[in-house]
Write a protein that binds this ligand. Structure first.
Ligand code: NAI
Length: 478
């Protein structure tokens, strides 16, 4: 059956399929989920719109959701993060060919413009039958934001005005909403009304959801997947430990050992990133605003500094804060010749790229896609990775399969929870019960040869837990 999609090149599907097959072996949680839930088809009737980096690992997630009965439309949540072979393989599907694709509609390619990115997002939110999805699986909250903003303007009966946007990306969003408003002034209200809920992948998206819930603006319930322990304490930390150096190496191939590297932010991503560079022999400095995280960094043996004091002497700068304007254009103008600047937080505004672009006399030269040399009027230059967007996905291939299996098993369970038990989830942001978090971890133990000790009944009673778990109270921090 013909279906709509837009990817770079379907002839890459075989390469994608081979990598998906290898990834499946490294994603035991997702494969066990297929086995456990496949027969009962808990997601039959679910129409899931996914906005999450279209990588090989995400392909295994998508095909797991399909195996559980869902209908899917998918986009990437970043203009640079799509792996074109993975996107092609998902469209072609395991049983199709490039001439006769039988898979899932994907709208994503590496190197989208902002206009294309938001076009893709709208396509995936627009089902061919004219209806929208009934579930969203989001990473960073862009899909959720588009639906909410659209519905907000429609409720107010106000035509979105792109000239009121305070940045280029939001201008593009408002233009898209303005165009859709002209065609159908109730489109987003209708889409929002059918959505049973959203499951959100990352810290930044979760932050947006809690703000909407606090302000009474949330239109459907949400599950915060990020704060499953088996997500944020694994993907954010060990994933970045793996993929940060991978991105820097593929982009620059500079020897990291001996260099001075600054990690801005020592949360979960910062902890993994600092370890990543220390593992390569870098001398790692950390900046923090939170005394607890600053103390943790110091106890781990990192020097905690202010960016202003090291901006002229460090060699590598990585932002991990989820905050904005961490590295300003003025900072960059003062950096050493060929200092490397990159961000691994969700949005590109951690580095003040707009300020850099508007600085008088600054020239930008493309070294290769997603690697740019910015030369200042005094002749010195810096190297900016992925134009300030998350470099582990822009310059490399993101986190490896095994760690993503943990994150995506949480995503799958969260989708099943919200879709099948909708009435149990109030209009708020929820986390998965700890017993499910423990289940996700359990599914990954065998592959690593872990032999878990079993509590005796007496021991369980002594520490006040059930032999089968959960083993910790909700306030435990790991
Ligand atoms: P987190 O909240 O655990 O850590 C952020 C840290 O930055 C906090 O400790 C905070 O105190 C600190 N911070 C805030 N403003 C600062 C400033 N001005 N200077 C120095 N430090 C500052 O968040 P988490 O989970 O580490 O995530 C960070 C970002 O990375 C988020 O945007 C998240 O969505 C994204 N992320 C990216 C991934 C990737 O693969 N690239 C994977 C997972 C998360």
């Amino acid at each position: 059956m013909a279906f709509d999609y837009k990817v770079a090149d379907l002839s890459l599907a075989e390469f994608g399929r081979t990598e998906i097959r290898l990834a499946e072996h490294e994603m035991p949680g997702l494969m066990a989920t297929r086995e456990e839930y496949g027969p009962s088809q808990p997601l039959r009737g679910a129409k899931i719109m996914g906005s999450l980096h279209m990588t090989v690992q995400t392909a295994v997630l998508i095909e797991t959701l399909v195996a559980l009965g869902a209908e899917i439309r998918w986009v990437s949540c970043n203009i640079f993060s799509t792996q074109d072979h993975a996107a092609a393989a998902v469209v072609v599907g395991p049983d199709g060919t490039p001439d006769n694709p039988k898979g899932v509609p994907v709208f994503a390619w590496k190197g989208e413009t902002l206009e294309e990115y938001w076009w893709c997002t709208e396509q995936a939110l627009t089902w061919p039958d004219g209806e929208g999805p009934n579930m969203i699986l989001d990473d960073g909250g862009d899909a959720t934001m588009l639906v909410h903003k659209g519905a907000e303007y429609e409720k107010a009966g106000a035509v979105p005005d792109p000239s009121t946007a305070d940045n280029e990306e939001f201008r593009v969003v408002l233009q898209r909403l303005k165009d859709s408003f002209a065609q159908d002034s109730q489109k987003w209200t209708r889409i929002a009304s059918r959505i049973k809920g959203v499951t959100e992948e990352t810290t930044t998206g979760v932050h947006r959801l809690y703000e909407m819930a606090r302000d009474g603006k949330l239109l459907f319930p949400a599950i915060n997947v990020n704060d499953s322990v088996t997500k944020s304490k694994f993907d954010n930390k060990y994933g970045c430990r793996h993929s940060l150096v991978d991105g820097i190496n593929r982009a620059t191939d500079v020897l990291i050992g001996g260099k001075v590297a600054v990690i801005a932010g020592f949360g979960d991503v910062g902890k993994g990133s600092a370890e990543s560079l220390r593992g390569q022999g870098a001398r790692v400095l950390v900046t923090e605003i939170d005394p607890i995280c600053a103390l943790q960094a110091a106890m781990e043996g990192y020097e905690v500094v202010r960016l202003e004091d090291v901006v002229e002497t460090a060699d590598i700068f990585i932002t991990t804060t989820g905050n904005f304007n961490i590295i300003t254009a003025e900072h960059m103008s003062r950096m050493k010749h060929q200092a490397i600047v990159g961000n691994i937080g969700h949005f590109d505004n951690e580095i003040e790229m707009v300020g850099l672009e508007n600085m008088p006399g600054v020239e930008k030269k493309e070294v290769k896609p997603q690697v740019h040399e910015w030369r200042f009027p005094d002749g010195h230059s810096i190297i900016v990775l992925s134009e300030g967007r998350l470099l582990n996905l822009g310059n490399a291939t993101g986190h490896p399969s095994f760690v993503m299996s943990n994150s995506f098993t949480n995503q799958t369970i969260a989708q099943i929870e919200l879709f099948t038990k909708t009435e149990e989830y109030s209009l708020d942001v929820h986390v998965l019960p700890k017993i499910l978090d423990e289940k996700v971890a359990r599914l990954h133990l065998d592959a690593l040869g872990v032999k878990l000790t079993e509590l005796t009944k007496e021991q369980a009673a002594y520490i006040g837990v059930d032999v089968a778990g959960p083993y910790k109270p909700d306030h435990y921090r790991y």
